[in-house]
Design a protein around this ligand. Structure first.
Ligand code: HEM
Ligand SMILES: *[C@@H]1O[C@H](CO)[C@@H](O)[C@H](O)[C@H]1NC(C)=O
Ligand SMILES: *[C@@H]1O[C@H](CO)[C@@H](O)[C@H](O)[C@H]1NC(C)=O
Length: 531
């Protein structure tokens, strides 16, 4: 931390000097939305200090309204706050807002290749390919659903092996999420003891945590000088290189044994496409894009899912009465003798509501990924030039008080109608919206449903501390929102194959009253759903 402060001091001096040297051009009226006056090179660092980027932006929104401009160091960013502004941009003006901005800390390593951080002519074919391939694979020999179920079986086995003693679920959850991506891209999962796999997983996790730390937030503003200092970005670059070589090695092996008529997974499909396009010099289907795209899938598809799952478990510990209602619904609809399947979800409105509320509440990608404008665009009376960076802040949508009453409370009932049926909400946008919306949305929803229901089906989850002492505030909140660390006990529920005959569960085992429960989870209202 001392490093960061001295760096800031240095920067302050520097910018003071520069202030003396160059007068800011005040004369040219900016066409951009209003915002705090930036210091040269330092931008709005003085306004952005307190308690994480999202909170700083929330303060600025109070002063400047839902569309405003901030300067992250020398980066000029238009911030969109709240459902209306974000929807207007990403959905109504989808093409204009479909460009991708950069994460400074990743930019150097990825250099504009791959699906996640590319644009225009490179991005479009990669996105189309990825969407179709995910669909094709799901209707293939072993559907993606079956692969997720297989992974859920392993996760349950892992939890069972703890035999009711306390443990931190982080590692198990990210390993499951990561193995799902492995199944999709490599056509196989990795054994729990595979060194190179575990190594990659640890690195993915490190990159994510570093990006979300105070350091990561500073780097987004000051990469122009921090890149010359020793520090975490060197580790990020190294970690990404290691992840990349893990991937490349396996791509090479798959290339050698490719059966063109029978592509089995994402990489096979891409390799086949590469061969088809081999005579086209402008093709985007080449090794570089393949490796980086696969890396992208790991990067965005592992920690997002596993953080949401971790938040989900923590929330279930905090609100045992919610966990209880979920497990009753599981017993009613699925029973205990088979794994949950996607088709069950529509018959489980309460569980579905809980999952939506978990995703809304955990808000794992609070700022969204940065966008840019592909064209000069008129937006709310401003003319925003092509190339301007835009943050359509997801946190501000998921917590928009005009769409979610008391957004700071965890309340699954908000996703239920009077009859106890599931009701969606247009501001439920954890995967963003428009042309850049998450490619893995269906996959992620499937994972969350199958993993969480499989765990609740098999175990009673017990907290080590009284429920009202459980804090839900994220441990770190920058690029990603990282849930606080916690331990739990997973106590095996009594077996029984015919679940509908199970007696109601005895809930006297200890987590105590949900002291701070903000919502009323009293006796369920209306007729019992799902029967
Ligand atoms: C709970 C889990 C997940 C959340 C909350 C999430 C959220 C997001 C968000 C907010 C974006 C940026 C959208 C934008 O720029 O407007 C994104 C993009 C993306 N996500 Fe996810 N994601 C999740 C899981 C996954 C998974 C499992 C995959 C794997 C297939 C995936 C693949 C992608 C890809 C490829 C993009 C880039 C799309 C593009 O730039 O065109 N995501 N995701
Ligand atoms: C745990 O769940 C699996 C399927 O998810 C099931 O086969 C198994 O019987 C369950 N175990 C218990 C003790 O209920
Ligand atoms: C969006 O971009 C198109 C060009 O594709 C442009 O003609 C249009 O004016 C833009 N929309 C707005 C509202 O500026």
């Amino acid at each position: 931390m001392g490093d960061v402060i001295s760096l800031l001091l240095l920067l302050l001096c520097l910018s003071g000097l520069i202030l003396l040297l160059v007068r800011r051009p005040r004369s040219r009226r900016s066409p951009l939305p209003p915002g705090p006056t930036p210091l040269p090179l330092l931008g709005n660092v003085l306004q952005l200090r307190t308690g994480g980027m999202v909170n700083s932006l929330r303060q600025l929104r109070k002063k400047y309204g839902p569309v405003f401009t901030v300067h992250l160091g020398p980066r000029r960013v238009v911030v969109l706050w709240g459902y209306d502004a974000v929807k207007e941009a990403l959905e109504d003006l989808a093409d204009n807002f479909s460009g991708r901005g950069t994460l400074a800390a990743l930019g150097e390593a990825l250099q504009g290749f791959g699906l996640l951080f590319s644009d225009g002519e490179r991005w479009w074919p990669l996105r189309q390919f990825s969407l179709t391939t995910l669909q094709d694979l799901d209707s293939g020999k072993q559907s993606i659903e079956e692969q997720v179920q297989a992974e859920a079986r392993c996760l349950v086995a892992e939890f069972r092996q703890t035999e009711g003693s306390p443990f931190d679920p982080t590692f198990f959850l990210s390993r499951s999420a990561c193995n799902v991506i492995c199944s999709i891209v490599f056509g196989r999962r990795f054994a729990d003891t595979d060194e190179s796999f575990l190594n990659m997983l640890a690195k993915l996790n490190q990159v994510f945590v570093r990006l979300s730390s105070t350091w990561g937030q500073l780097y987004e503003m000051f990469s122009w000088v921090m890149r010359f200092l020793p520090g975490a970005h060197k580790h990020i670059i190294q970690d990404l290189e290691d992840i990349n070589s893990f991937i490349l090695e396996r791509i090479k092996a798959k290339q050698a044994s490719l059966d063109h008529a029978n592509p089995q997974d994402f990489i096979d499909c891409f390799l086949v496409q590469m061969e088809k396009d081999i005579l086209n010099p402008a093709t985007e289907f080449h090794l570089r894009n393949l490796a980086v795209t696969v890396c992208n899938l790991f990067f965005i598809g592992t920690e997002t899912v596993s953080s949401t799952l971790r938040y989900g478990l923590l929330i279930l510990l905090k609100f045992p009465e919610v966990a209880d209602k979920v497990s009753q619904e599981i017993d009613r609809v699925i029973g205990r003798s088979r794994l949950p399947a996607v088709a069950d979800r529509s018959r489980m409105p309460y569980t579905n509501a809980v999952l939506h509320e978990i995703q809304r509440y955990s808000d794992v990608v609070p700022l969204n990924l940065p966008h840019t404008l592909t064209r000069d665009t008129r937006f709310r009376g401003y003319t925003i030039p092509q190339g301007t960076e835009v943050f359509p802040v997801l946190s501000s949508v998921l917590q928009d008080p005009s769409h979610f009453r008391h957004p700071e409370s965890f309340d699954p009932e908000r996703f239920l109608d009077q009859q106890g049926g599931f009701q969606t909400n247009s501001a439920f946008m954890p995967f963003s919206a428009g042309k850049r919306a998450c490619v893995g949305q269906q996959l992620a929803s499937m994972e969350l449903f199958i993993f969480l229901t499989a765990l609740v089906q098999n175990f009673t989850l017990e907290s080590l501390v009284p429920a009202h002492d459980i804090r839900l505030t994220p441990q770190d909140c920058g690029f990603a929102s990282i849930p606080p660390c916690f331990q739990l006990r997973a106590v095996l529920r009594r077996g029984g194959t015919d679940a509908s005959k199970e007696p109601p569960r005895d809930q006297s085992l200890g987590v105590g009253e949900a002291g701070g429960s903000p919502a009323n989870h009293g006796p369920s209202r209306g007729p019992t759903p799902g029967m």
